[in-house]
Design a protein around this ligand. Structure first.
Ligand code: COA
Length: 130
């Protein structure tokens, strides 16, 4: 194998399994302004529990919103989705993972990565068929 192919792990994923990619960025300060009703409309209680009490809580929420939007884009060829129907949770090591609506999650999965600063949160997503 040539060195470029060896450095590209994506070449080892069967392309027929990948159904879409998505990316999104959000302005973090906007998430400081959301009231309880708006928060409850977008996030599950499990999502809101992540880093609750942190002065950077709005950044975490902005990251999760960016991840939801990235997931929506990645699955746009499969099904229309609303942000509230997608959960972005964190495993014990902090890694984000996606919980899809059950009927969709049975057949598809999405990998996400999230990053945020005080200004901007961004996320990318890779959707695949199980
Ligand atoms: C975890 C780490 C990658 C975060 O990077 P960072 O530059 O500080 O912060 P970023 O804003 O770019 O990314 C933060 C996001 O990374 C994600 N993240 C956290 N831990 C992660 C991990 N182990 N793997 C992948 N993504 C991770 C989360 O989504 C987090 O945002 P959230 O808490 O709001 O969901 C970085 O702190 C690191 O490399 N730590 C050392 C090694 C490590 O894995 N530590 C975990 C302790 S078990």
């Amino acid at each position: 194998m040539n060195p470029i192919d060896a450095a590209l792990p994506v070449t080892h994923i069967p392309s027929s399994e990948i159904v879409g990619v998505g990316i999104d960025c959000e302005a973090c300060p906007r998430f400081l302004e959301l009231n309880e009703t708006e928060l409850a409309r977008i996030y599950s209680s499990r999502e809101r529990d992540h880093e609750k009490g942190s002065v950077r809580h709005h950044e975490h929420l902005a990251g999760k919103f960016a991840a939801k939007e990235a997931v929506i884009k990645a699955l746009s060829a499969i099904a229309p989705l609303e942000p509230a129907s997608i959960e972005i949770l964190n495993d014990p090591r902090g890694r984000p993972f996606v919980v899809l609506p059950p009927e969709l999650g049975l057949h598809y999965g999405v990998l996400v990565s999230v990053s945020h600063t005080s200004d901007i949160a961004m996320a990318c997503a890779l959707a695949f068929k199980k």
